[in-house]
Write a protein that binds this ligand. Structure first.
Ligand code: ASP
Length: 570
């Protein structure tokens, strides 16, 4: 027996008169007397079946979601159903076999997220949900082809790797044959792609699974997928140029949009102009540095502050709105939000009374605003810029300036190489410890860690970080110095990373690369922020899979085999 001559989206008027076999799920069933109309569904589409119970023996009641096989003749429908691709025909069923029955479905459109995850296979039967998985497949296929066309080869790096303290917490896997020893699941293929460059692979890519044992925020998953790549004998401009071409081709193919050349900002410039290292360029509003103009107003809050940053918005905000915006800047440690209203160039309200005419004129000249509201935060530079950046985002959102149909990419480069961890009181790599400091800092970065910039960048789309990349350190001595500086003295560095440091002793090409967040890219292309929608089997907020019940207990015997002490008695 065979199960189909066609799938459920294939039949057209050309097929009228043919005897066909279809299989699928009962999507809908309506019965009038002896006649039942069934919409038969598979991944490809739907076909209407007409079942005359006088002609065709069906021993059981048919129900929604039963899986059936039918044989019948294709006929022209009197009135075509324009909503279906196959809507011009119907199949007059002569034989019907129930392949499998189905219980009443446990989820409907009102189901909770948890239930939808538990019955993910049923949720995925909905066309719009499966379409997202198909879309994901198509994006990945296109990306693979793009890499292939450009001379990259896909290399599968191992899933069981050496635990290395790289940033996030590792998922660890005990080794049965090496009692007491552990593998880690890779946080990213970072070290292996660098080693592949030393091996001469030259242009590597991988659609790579990355696993990080982190507390989950709404937009994080314990495992995510990256378009991971590495290139030899290139500088950072060339790497960005390649990735820009890739992203442009993806957006053109899947959104039909020809995106502009990506703007490039240094980290410092992005912070100065947008108060943020991932600026949303869908709207133009920029921070204004009023520190010079406002340094001697006689108003203590301004005069005592290290810096004063402002935002000039062409809108007359109400008292209530201003109070709400004040709460936003406070979250980012600003002490308060000052403002003035401007109408036809005249100042009113807020801190206007502290500003003389000369200062007012300078403010107007700098902000180029005639009517609206100007906000100020006076604080330490970092606080003033960051809180204003967040205010900018909030205002952009509230005023509907974040058009979901726009795709505004930018590069943010020259990031600081280190950031200071106040809690642990130590310097940490901003990205990871394999990124190259900019030439001018190589000699004495230990002496001025706060100033050091790296040949290190992010790719940003609509205010979301999509990817990071860097030129890598290829000198074993410099790599050891960086490791020492971030807390791995030579003996510890050799124990953890000796395999990499050794590899660099045998001739390494200059190289660098990036890891692009595939789930996020695919989600943004689909206009959603929830990456779970584009992952076939995602985990919930507690890193559990409600469908398979993982993580789960293991048998006592397994603990014994792994030489691990068990705290449960199964
Ligand atoms: N492995 C890095 C990451 O996961 C990306 C890179 O530097 O290539 O962020």
């Amino acid at each position: 027996m065979y199960y189909r001559t066609h799938n459920c989206s294939e039949l057209r008027l050309d097929n009228v008169g043919q005897n066909v076999v279809l299989s699928g799920w009962i999507d809908k069933i309506r019965t009038h007397g002896q006649i039942s109309f069934i919409d038969l569904r598979d991944r490809f589409g739907k076909t209407q079946l007409v079942l005359n119970l006088d002609d065709c023996d069906v021993s059981d009641d048919l129900k929604k979601e039963y899986v059936i096989r039918v044989e019948g003749i294709v006929a022209k429908k009197e009135v075509a159903n324009e909503n279906l691709e196959t809507g011009e025909i119907e199949v007059k069923v002569s034989q019907l076999k129930i392949i499998n029955k189905a219980l009443a479905l446990p989820i409907d459109e009102n189901a909770s997220d948890e239930m939808r995850l538990k019955y993910r296979y049923i949720d995925l039967r909905k066309k719009e949900n499966m379409d997202k998985i198909v879309f994901r497949y198509n994006v990945i296929k296109h990306v693979r082809e793009y890499f292939d066309k450009n001379g990259f080869i896909e290399i599968e790096t191992p899933m069981l790797v050496k635990p290395t303290p790289e940033g996030a917490r590792d998922y660890v896997v005990p080794s049965r044959v090496n009692p007491g020893k552990f593998y880690a699941l890779p946080q990213s293929p970072q070290l292996y792609k660098q080693i592949s460059m030393i091996a001469g692979a030259d242009r590597y890519f991988q659609v790579a699974r990355c696993l990080r044992d982190e507390d989950l925020r709404a937009d994080r998953q314990p495992e995510h997928t990256q378009f991971d790549f590495e290139m030899s004998f290139v500088n950072s401009d060339e790497i960005r140029e390649f990735a820009e071409g890739l992203m442009k081709s993806v957006v053109l193919k899947f959104k039909g949009i020809k995106v502009d050349d990506f703007k490039t900002f240094s980290y410092e410039e992005a912070m100065e102009r947008y108060g943020c290292d991932k600026p949303d360029l869908r709207f133009d509003l920029e921070l204004i540095n009023f520190s010079e103009i406002l340094k001697n107003t006689g108003f203590g809050v301004f005069d005592d502050a290290q810096t004063i940053y402002g935002l000039a918005v062409e809108k007359d905000f109400s008292r209530k709105e201003i109070d709400a915006l004040t709460e936003v800047v406070k979250i980012y440690k600003a002490k308060g939000l000052a403002y003035v209203k401007v109408s036809d160039g005249n100042f009113d309200g807020g801190v206007s009374k502290f500003l003389n005419e000369d200062i007012k004129n300078k403010i107007i000249e700098k902000s180029k605003i005639k009517n609206g509201t100007i906000f100020f935060v006076a604080d330490k530079k970092k606080v003033a810029r960051t809180s204003m950046g967040e205010l900018r985002n909030k205002i952009g959102l509230d005023l509907g300036l974040k058009d979901p149909d726009k795709f505004k990419f930018c590069w943010v480069k020259d990031f600081p190489l280190f950031s200071y961890n106040d809690e642990e009181e130590k310097w940490e790599p901003e990205h990871h410890m394999f990124s190259m400091p900019k030439e001018e800092f190589v000699e004495d970065f230990e002496k001025r860690p706060g100033e050091v910039l790296g040949d290190l960048w992010d790719l940003v789309l609509n205010g979301t970080e999509l990817a990071s990349g860097s030129i890598r350190i290829t000198s074993p001595d410099l790599q050891k110095r960086i490791m020492k500086f971030v807390g791995f003295p030579e003996d510890e560095a050799m124990e953890k990373f000796g395999f990499l440091l050794n590899a660099y002793n045998y001739g390494a090409p200059v190289h660098g690369g990036m890891g692009l967040g595939a789930d996020r890219i695919i989600a943004l292309l689909l206009g959603t922020n929830d990456i779970r929608e584009v992952i076939a089997y995602p985990k919930n907020k507690n890193a559990q899979c409600p469908m398979d019940g993982s993580p789960a207990n293991i048998y006592k015997k397994q603990y014994e085999e792994l030489f691990i002490k068990s705290t449960n008695n199964e």
